[in-house]
Write a protein that binds this ligand. Sequence first.
Ligand code: G1P
Length: 278
Amino acid sequence: MIKKCLFPVAGYGTRFLPATKSMPKEMLPVVNKPLVQYGVEECLEAGLAEVGFVTGRGKRAIADHFDLNYELEREIAGTSKEQYLASIRNVMEKGQFSLTRQTSMKGLGDAILNGRRLMGDEPFGVVLSDDLCLTDKGEDGVLAQMVKLFKQFRCSIVAIQEVPEDQISKFGVIAGDKIKDGLFQVTDMVEKPAPEDAPSNLAIIGRYILTPDIFDIIESTAPGKNGEVQLTDALLTQAKNGCVMAYKFKGRRFDCGSVEGFVDATNYVYENVYSKEF
Ligand code: G1P
């Protein structure tokens, strides 16, 4: 029922300079796989096969990653090295990829609005690939968990996680009425509040399912925190007019937009995933 997923990938990745000066931050590898591929694998596993990227200047490597590299493939055809291409070949077989470009960085809300033509008039997933979400083998990925919930509630859903007080100002934060264990109907939402103004310790992480009315709402959302059009503000309007759910997902999340989170993810993937595959 949900077929599409949007990846806003136009951001600069300043926390990883100089590595990200000419290389997209989404292409930073966690062990042997670029961050964005983990996100795409999670979305394909959830059954969302139409993948749209909102990209920008200096991000061509992302489009190239999801395309054939004819010369390389020809060179290693029939050798043992081909096994290293298995995961990306699998992704390319299952997904259809399209992209649009964001010409100015006016915030996550604006990036999502840029994806309007790719997503059309139907519900869609959103993945912020800085947030690497991993679940144990055999368990549903985070987006797959959210797609199941969508089938039940048919409204926008944000993934949330409890975070310590000193971290709260890095996130969108929700308040909500508990529907059942781990599920809330959103009543308030604030983008990157000071700890004393935060409505709870439930922080939004980079996985969303959005209903398409979000586009009109974003269009009439004034710039908010840091002068940017915030998805969080648009979602609050949607919550007040109708319904938005917040879901405490099952799994691990690594903040790969920060050096510490990236190193933690690398160690975790090396020990628990990579060493079992190769
Ligand atoms: C964005 C959202 C924020 C959310 C976060 C999750 O912020 O604006 O609400 O909590 O992603 O990673 P960013 O980290 O892009 O500044």
